[in-house]
Ligand binder design. Structure first.
Ligand code: ADP
Ligand code: ADP
Length: 237
């Protein structure tokens, strides 16, 4: 499970991003974090895989503290955690396949990945991942020639190739139209159900949260103001 103990994050300019967060997320949950812009959703996700350091508290992934981990231990913990962003974060001028293979980088020496030599088993994993999000036929297209929804599915395939056990998705559908939003959310849900990957998604909209989440966590000013099953979540954000 993922545990946050009394987590606070104050940015260097003095802004409080998170204030005393305590949360336990079990294997296989599909958690949606909701809250207005500035509530701390992004700060929370970035804290969990330590894209930035927290100011206080401890975050544990399974039996290990990511807060205290260093070097190879930190890299090993991070391998379990896949990140999906609003802006897809693909390498635009290279192929979809190469982008998905980037999920394997944490498993090999730096030199091997700089040279771009991935073992055959990685290529197979990459194709399986693309198949799961239904875009195998785009494997050799340039990433920037795909639609927004397709690019986000490539990003999902990348975390699948990574064999992540946890997906953190920071506003993954914020720049997509309603139809594409549904496709991407359906893919995330399918992966959660079929592979048991723990999923934590930041969303602006409570309606979308209600459709997909098993649990909704509401943030306001860096604090948890709601935490419960979907049936209890009201329209208040
Ligand atoms: P959300 O994702 O819910 O929109 P954020 O986590 O981005 O909220 O922001 C939480 C608070 O932290 C806001 O007050 C925001 O302005 C502030 N904040 C976010 N990133 C930074 C940063 N890099 N430096 C300073 N303040 C930040
Ligand atoms: P156990 O569940 O058997 O007590 P741990 O909690 O130590 O074991 O986690 C075992 C593995 O599961 C670790 O590799 C860890 O990274 C991963 N893991 C931990 N928490 C979660 C989670 N919430 N969702 C998915 N995988 C997780």
């Amino acid at each position: 499970m993922i545990e946050l103990h009394n987590v606070s994050k104050t940015y260097s300019n003095g802004t409080k991003g998170l204030n005393g967060i305590n949360l336990t997320i079990a294997h296989g949950e599909f958690v949606v974090i909701v809250g207005l812009s500035g509530a701390g959703k992004s700060t929370l996700l970035r804290s969990i895989n330590r894209l930035h350091d927290i100011t206080e508290g401890d975050i544990r992934i399974g039996s290990q503290s990511i807060t205290k981990a260093k070097g190879s231990q930190l890299r090993r913990i991070r391998r379990d955690i896949g990140m999906i962003f609003q802006s897809f974060n693909l390498v635009k001028r290279t192929t979809v396949l190469r982008n998905v293979l980037a999920g394997r980088v944490g498993y090999h020496s730096t030199l091997r990945t700089i040279l771009g030599r991935f073992p055959k088993s990685d290529i197979e994993l990459a194709f399986q991942a693309l198949d799961r999000v239904n875009i195998v036929e785009k494997a050799y297209s340039r990433a920037d020639q795909l639609s927004g929804g397709q690019q986000q599915r490539v990003a999902i395939a990348r975390v699948l190739a990574q064999e992540a056990r946890v997906i953190l998705a920071d506003e993954p559908v914020a720049s997509l139209d309603p139809l594409t939003t549904k496709q991407v959310m359906d893919d995330l849900k399918k992966i959660n159900t079929e592979l048991g990957i723990t999923t934590i998604v930041n969303l602006h909209f409570i309606d979308l949260a209600r459709q997909y989440a098993t649990r909704i966590i509401g943030l306001r000013a860096g604090e948890v103001v709601f935490d419960g099953p979907v049936s209890e979540a009201t329209d208040e954000r």
